[in-house]
Design a protein around this ligand. Structure first.
Ligand SMILES: [Zn+2]
Length: 197
């Protein structure tokens, strides 16, 4: 799935389990971290555009270095070093990374039904076991759009009650403005439904 969906999955499932803004952010970004192994795509694009000898780092590294148990532990240890509640945040970070794996298993297929992405759970140490789902839907499929839209609605509705939204992991001030807008929308909707017969 795409980074926004991964972030929202982590936010919806896990942020409420940690009190501090920093630990919430660490867990949510853990849910994005596996895709760092796909950043080779930037170098591949650059070598192609610049006319240098072509690289294929994306195919070589993506789903091999960030999408397995070894990477999950590296991410969790890094999180533990930065977190306020070290053990609890590292454990939820492990969960966030595994939610990423599940989301990728479900919805990160290529353009053809045969272009299924597997998870190599012990990579890069071993390419076994290899897991995949025959019904994996496309990365750009409507299913991912619907899931992202639903998660956004859930996050926004919850923000009007809790007083904070996912924006808080970037800026508390911007989040306060955003939540104020959301609460205004909710009040307008309520007035609208009260008026309608
Ligand atoms: Zn991924």
């Amino acid at each position: 799935m795409n980074p926004i969906t991964h972030f929202l999955v982590g936010w919806t499932a896990l942020e409420r389990l940690l009190p501090s803004r920093r630990d919430k952010a660490l867990v949510c970004f853990s849910g994005l971290a596996p895709d760092l192994d796909g950043l080779g795509i930037v170098v591949d694009a650059f070598t192609r555009v610049a006319g240098l000898s072509e690289t294929d780092l994306y195919q070589q590294f993506h789903r091999v270095y960030g999408h397995g148990l070894p990477a999950a532990w590296v991410i969790a240890i890094a999180v533990a070093l930065c977190a306020r509640l070290r053990t609890r945040t590292a454990l939820w970070s492990l969960v966030a990374v595994h939610l990423h794996f599940v989301c990728d298993l479900l919805g990160s297929r290529g353009s053809t039904p045969e272009d299924i992405w597997p998870i190599y759970y012990l990579a890069p140490i071993s390419m076994h076991p290899q897991w995949s789902l025959s019904f994996q839907w496309p990365l750009v499929g409507w299913q991912n759009l619907v899931i992202s839209a639903l998660l956004m609605l859930i996050a926004m509705e919850r923000a009007t009650r809790t007083g904070y939204a996912p924006v808080v992991v970037f800026s508390a001030r911007a989040d306060a403005v955003f939540v104020g807008v959301l609460r205004g929308w909710r009040a307008s909707l309520r007035r609208l439904f009260r008026r309608s017969p």
